[in-house]
Design a protein around this ligand. Structure first.
Ligand SMILES: [Mg+2]
Length: 443
């Protein structure tokens, strides 16, 4: 009945596939922290919700529930399973917030009131007092971060981490990665992430990272934007220069002082003029960026250089008068950094601290060990040593702990030299303020 296999017209040849066109995706999760919270509190969907402020006080919510339902419907055990049942009016509102907390993420409903990331919570409270305020839960966000990145690398293995909620992906050589300029693969990744986590993301696909990063903003949330080289003039040039990742507020002010508002206006300037006014390397970079040129590869092994944790206090603390509080925070930061290192499988040998005083002046100090560690106690000991070298008579606004010179855990064999030898020879600039010893070596 058949006898005829598929037939191909003779004489038709496919064009030799030369070097495939470079297709780079930038994937950015939509309102990531807030979206992670909405997964466990679906009753807050569509409402203005902001994430920020202090640490999680889940017990407050539990206490409220127990008071409202004394029949024991809300035991601590059942609490975690019944988060979705918590009435909306039980959640804390931002109204009347006082303190220094800053918003890390706002839901799209909250953004409609003019609320945005990095805005002070007090300001946000004025814009939208009815917004629900949830504390940050980085543990949870990191969990979802690992999940969505695992899904991506299963599909497209060349992925570069750009933080907890964004990545670059090289589509160029992925099967199907060139179809519709990358749209087909972008859609597949979006769907797989959503099916597995319930989270949405936006993807921009372009000839390079610079353009992909801009493109991922075009269709937020849950959008895909495809940018080709030919789209430079109509899509990119009308945008403000600030849309180029790498042009900060300072550079933007300077560009505007020269009458340059848009990327197109920047592209129109002669390279030598840019170099004269912005220096050799920055000027050349500005020219290339405006013309959509960027050769940076997608770097899969972007090993972290350091890991750190820091906290801004609700009120400025004094090393003597607030000794107990500072000591406890200090210990906690060290434990958090150690936990980060251990979870991600790193050890470091440069341990440092960062302080910001009440006048916003910041100082950092660090000390290197002769071997590597990810141990909380050890980090605290060494970080405590570095504290001897800063002025502790002034009030402190922020405290941070950092571990640098990282290696993958277990890749460097333990050396003969010991930690005590390393700290027995403090750097020459060591400046013992006397009271420090008492302050941070207490427990
Ligand atoms: Mg995002």
């Amino acid at each position: 009945m058949n006898g005829h296999g598929p037939r191909y017209a003779l004489g038709v040849t496919t064009a030799p596939t030369a070097c495939p066109v470079r297709r780079i995706a930038h994937l950015d999760m939509d309102a990531f922290y807030a979206s992670c919270e909405l997964l466990r509190y679906p009753q807050l969907k569509g409402l203005p919700v902001v994430i920020g402020g202090g640490r999680r006080k889940e017990d407050d919510l539990l206490g409220k529930l127990q008071a409202a339902y004394p029949e024991g419907e809300w035991t601590e055990d059942s609490f975690a399973d019944r988060l979705a049942e918590i009435p909306v009016n039980f959640f804390p509102r931002i109204e009347g917030y006082t303190g220094r907390g800053v918003i890390t993420t706002a839901t799209y409903a909250a953004r409609q009131f003019g609320i945005g990331s990095a805005m002070g919570l007090m300001k946000a409270a004025k814009l939208c007092p009815q917004a629900i305020l949830l504390p940050v839960d980085f543990e949870r966000y990191r969990h979802y971060s690992r999940s969505f990145k695992d899904i991506i690398t299963d599909i497209a293995p060349v992925m570069e981490n750009r933080g907890v909620d964004e990545v670059y992906i090289d589509f160029t050589d992925v099967p199907g990665g060139q179809r519709e300029g990358g749209r087909v693969l972008a859609r597949l990744i979006q769907k797989c992430i959503f099916d597995a986590t319930g989270l949405t993301c936006s993807v921009g696909v372009a000839p390079n990272k610079l353009l992909a990063k801009m493109a991922s903003e075009f269709n937020k949330p849950n959008g895909i934007s495809i940018v080709h080289e030919a789209d430079l003039r109509p899509l990119i040039w009308p945008l403000a220069c600030r849309k180029i990742n790498g042009i900060g507020p300072k550079a933007d002010v300077k560009l505007q002082s020269h009458g340059i508002q848009t990327i197109g206006e920047l592209a129109a300037r002669e390279p030598h003029w840019l170099i004269e006014n912005f220096g050799k390397s920055h000027g050349a970079w500005l020219h290339a960026a405006a013309w959509g040129r960027d050769e940076r590869p997608v770097e899969t092994e972007s090993e972290p250089v350091s890991m750190s944790r820091e906290t801004t206090f609700e009120r400025d603390l004094h090393a003597v008068r607030d000794r107990a509080e500072l000591g406890a925070v200090f210990t906690r930061l060290c434990q958090q950094v150690a936990a980060d290192l251990q979870r991600k499988g790193y050890e470091g040998r440069t341990i440092g601290i960062k302080l910001r005083y009440d006048n916003f002046q910041a100082v950092t100090r660090d000390q290197s060990l002769s071997d590597y560690t990810a141990d909380a106690q050890r980090i605290r000991q060494v970080a405590g040593q570095t504290l001897k070298r800063v002025d502790l008579t002034r009030r402190i606004r922020l405290l941070g702990v950092r571990v640098g010179s990282l290696v993958k855990a277990g890749t460097v064999p333990a050396q003969g030299a010991t930690y005590s030898e390393a700290i027995a020879n403090p750097p020459p600039q060591a400046n013992d303020h006397g009271q420090t010893q008492l302050l941070f070596f207490d427990d």
